[in-house]
Design a protein around this ligand. Structure first.
Ligand code: SAH
Ligand code: SF4
Ligand code: F3S
Length: 444
């Protein structure tokens, strides 16, 4: 690698989950602190950070094709850093396979990006995929600005080792960030403009800590404390694991007004033998009973989940059990994926891998059922008036876009400001969004 002039502009492209989005924002803040400006839309960046995801096969392949395609208008390559879970899992391979990459930095090491950048400018390639718990957060600059709906990573890593999943390997063991740090970061986000905070973690409901009086608390205790911040209007959390659901978290949904009526609780399959082979530590019935308890605490709670079709050994009867579970729940929205064998995970070498055409067919049937339920959920909301947090401008002049308490995208015409919460009547239901009419300004 040759020495290059220090970059003046950067672009961070994040793929994958919301935790990656959070990490991408923090990397952008680190670069901005070094006097590097974000590249304007459509303009070249001197430094591109690809913040990658390794959860399914195509995600990693996309990184290599992105690296190949990155070029400035004059044909030269920008400085390229590969961050995120592909960096963690395949750091050395990236360095060998993609000579244009000068920095590879894992999800627990990106606070060292500025030092690595100095090396890259001097013409040295650098890899850092260490996993020191917590150190990263302490080394990051304080937050200054925040969108109306902001992310706050409270927990990282995973100890569950579902047999199909790379996350325990790319993100490491479960750790919880300390209570005081989270309250301080939340205060900063609110001072910077956030009205809603979504608490993030690969297993967010595994969060534990001690409050300011030294009492052991769980995620519900953290939510209770955050709800005291006067200018914070809404709290959400994602992603939860059925095994870490506590009585306190269920009760919180009935007791804390600021906690939004929405729960993303992945189940993956409705078949008990498949759940066992996945090492999910819950069966279909146990999952359904948990949801009933959430519904008892908060009857209007909207439910969301994740599904995998075509896990090794999945028979037609196993798959039908998944469809039955979907029918029993009535999800407001959900994500569904074809099983993708990940190197190094136990499921990748299991017998009875399912043929691609069977996976395609099952995914279509599952998605048809999930879409049907999503539309039904939206139609059942018609005529309701609810508070909508305005997040951004819509495509047409005068149009605004926000979220209902149930996480539906709602668009409507109004001249209120971004970040306001307005009472909107849900007037038309589409599959992925609702059209609304403003009733009155609720709070500002
Ligand atoms: N920690 C969360 C989410 C992890 S990844 C949880 O346990 O629910 C997000 C989703 O990707 C998972 O819920 C799962 O549905 C899907 N996923 C993970 N590994 C996969 C694989 N190998 N193939 C297909 N989908 C996968
Ligand atoms: Fe992956 Fe399972 Fe951990 Fe979720 S709980 S991150 S699916 S291993
Ligand atoms: Fe992807 Fe890593 Fe998130 S693999 S889903 S970016 S934890």
């Amino acid at each position: 690698m040759r020495a290059t002039p220090p970059p003046k502009t950067y672009r961070v492209k994040s793929f994958g989950c919301q935790m990656n989005v959070y990490d991408g924002e923090r990397m952008a803040e680190l670069l901005a602190d070094r006097g590097i400006a974000p590249a304007a839309e459509g303009e070249d960046a001197d430094l591109v950070v690809l913040n990658t995801c390794h959860i399914r096969e195509k995600a990693a392949e996309k990184v290599y094709s992105d690296i190949g395609r990155l070029r400035k208008a004059d044909g030269s390559k920008p400085l390229i850093a590969v961050a995120g879970c592909v960096a963690q899992a395949e750091g050395e391979e990236i360095m060998a396979r993609a000579p244009a990459v000068s920095m590879v930095v894992g999800p627990q090491a990106y606070h060292r990006l500025p030092e690595m950048l100095d090396k890259a400018v001097a013409g040295e390639r650098a890899t850092d995929t260490d996993m020191p718990p917590i150190a990263k957060f302490d080394a990051l600059p304080a937050r200054r600005r925040a969108p109306p709906s902001a992310f706050l990573t409270v927990q990282e890593g995973c100890d569950k080792f579902c047999t199909y999943c790379v996350v325990p390997y790319t993100r490491g063991a479960e750790i919880s960030r300390p209570f005081a740090d989270l309250i301080a970061e939340a205060e900063r986000l609110v001072a910077g403009g956030a009205r809603e905070i979504t608490l993030l973690g690969q297993n967010v409901n595994a969060w534990t800590g001690e409050d300011d009086k030294g009492r052991a608390i769980g995620l519900d205790g953290l939510i209770r404390e955050l709800a005291r911040l006067p200018d914070l209007a809404r709290i959400r959390y994602t992603t939860s694991h059925p095994m870490d659901v506590t009585d306190g978290l269920i009760a919180a949904h009935g007791e804390i007004d600021k906690l939004m009526p929405f729960l993303h609780l992945p189940v993956q399959s409705g078949s008990d033998p498949i759940l066992k082979a996945m090492n999910r530590s819950h069966d279909a019935d146990g999952y359904l009973r948990l949801l009933e308890r959430f519904r008892a605490a908060r009857p209007d709670i909207a439910l969301s989940g994740d599904f995998i079709v075509g896990f090794p050994g999945e028979s037609e009867a196993d798959f039908e059990a998944t469809l039955q579970l979907v029918d029993a729940v009535g999800y407001a929205q959900a994500f569904s994926f074809k099983y993708s064998p990940r190197p190094g995970t136990p499921a990748a070498t299991m017998a009875d891998q399912v043929a691609p055409e069977i996976m395609d067919e099952r995914l279509q049937r599952l998605q048809a059922a999930l879409n049907r339920d999503q539309i039904a959920f939206n139609q059942a909301s018609l005529g309701k008036t609810c508070p909508v947090l305005v997040e951004r401008k819509g495509k047409k002049p005068g149009q605004l876009l926000g979220k209902s308490p149930w996480l539906q995208s709602v668009w409507f015409d109004s001249d209120v400001s971004i970040g306001e919460i307005v009472e909107v009547e849900l007037a038309e239901a589409g599959p992925n969004s609702m059209a609304g009419r403003v009733r009155a300004s609720a709070t500002t």
